[in-house]
Write a protein that binds this ligand. Structure first.
Ligand code: ATP
Ligand code: MG
Length: 166
C-alpha cells in the first residue's frame, strides 16, 4: 500500500493542533510529498503517539516541531519538543513496555507506558527504526522508514542472491 508520508504528517499535525492547543506546533518546510509503501493507519498511530508524548510529558506552552526529510534511501520524520527531556538513566528504557519515567505523575496523566513500545514495533514492521536523543530543552524522536523495502519474496523478484544469502 502506497501512501504519502507528508500528507500523514500534515493530518497528524492538524489533529494535534485541535487536541493539544496548549502546545505551539511547527511543521518545517520540506518535500511536497514522500510516497512510500506503508500502512497509513499504523504510521499515523506512530506519529500520534510521538506527538502526544511531546505534549503530555512537557509543560503546557512547550513548543513542538515536526519535520519530514529524505536521505540515503530513507524517509525520516523528526518530532522534537523543547521540554525538560528524558533523564539519561531512563533513556534506554522508554521503549520498554509499561516503562514510565515518573510513574506517579504519568498515572495522573493516564499513560500506560505502552505508547513507545507499540510505536517502535509498528515502525519495525515497516523495516524502519525509531531513534531518540534528549537533553533539557531538546528531545528528538526520529522515525526512519526505508523508501523501498526488500520484503524477501525470493529470487524470482531479483532481490535475493541465493548464492550469498545465509
Ligand atoms: P501511553 O503512551 O501508553 O499513553 P506513556 O506516554 O507514559 O503512556 P510511552 O509513550 O511509552 O508511555 O512513553 C514512556 C515514557 O517515556 C513516558 O511515560 C515518559 O516518562 C517518557 N517520555 C516519552 N516521551 C517523552 C518526551 N517527549 N519528553 C519527556 N519524556 C518523555
Ligand atoms: Mg505515550
Amino acid at each position: 500500500q502506497e501512501a504519502d508520508l507528508v500528507e500523514l504528517v500534515e493530518q497528524a499535525a492538524d489533529a494535534f493542533r485541535v487536541t493539544h492547543a496548549g502546545h505551539p506546533l511547527t511543521v518545517a518546510p520540506g518535500p511536497g510529498s514522500v510516497k512510500l509503501r506503508l500502512d497509513p493507519q499504523r504510521i499515523r498511530q506512530v506519529l500520534d503517539n510521538l506527538l502526544t508524548n511531546a505534549a503530555m510529558h512537557t509543560p503546557t506552552g512547550t513548543p513542538v516541531s515536526v519535520a519530514v526529510s529524505v536521505a540515503n534511501g530513507t524517509a525520516q520524520v523528526r518530532i522534537a519538543d523543547a521540554g525538560p527531556g528524558i533523564p539519561p538513566a531512563d533513556r534506554e528504557r522508554v521503549f520498554d513496555r509499561f516503562y514510565r519515567v515518573d510513574k506517579a505523575r504519568s498515572r495522573d496523566r493516564g499513560g500506560s507506558g505502552l505508547g513507545l513500545a507499540v510505536a517502535q514495533s509498528l515502525v519495525h514492521a515497516h523495516g524502519g527504526r525509531i531513534d531518540m536523543t534528549s537533553e533539557p530543552g531538546a528531545t528528538v524522536f526520529t522515525v526512519t522508514i526505508p523508501l523501498a523495502v526488500d520484503r524477501g519474496r525470493g529470487p524470482a523478484d531479483g532481490l535475493v542472491n541465493t548464492d550469498t544469502a545465509s
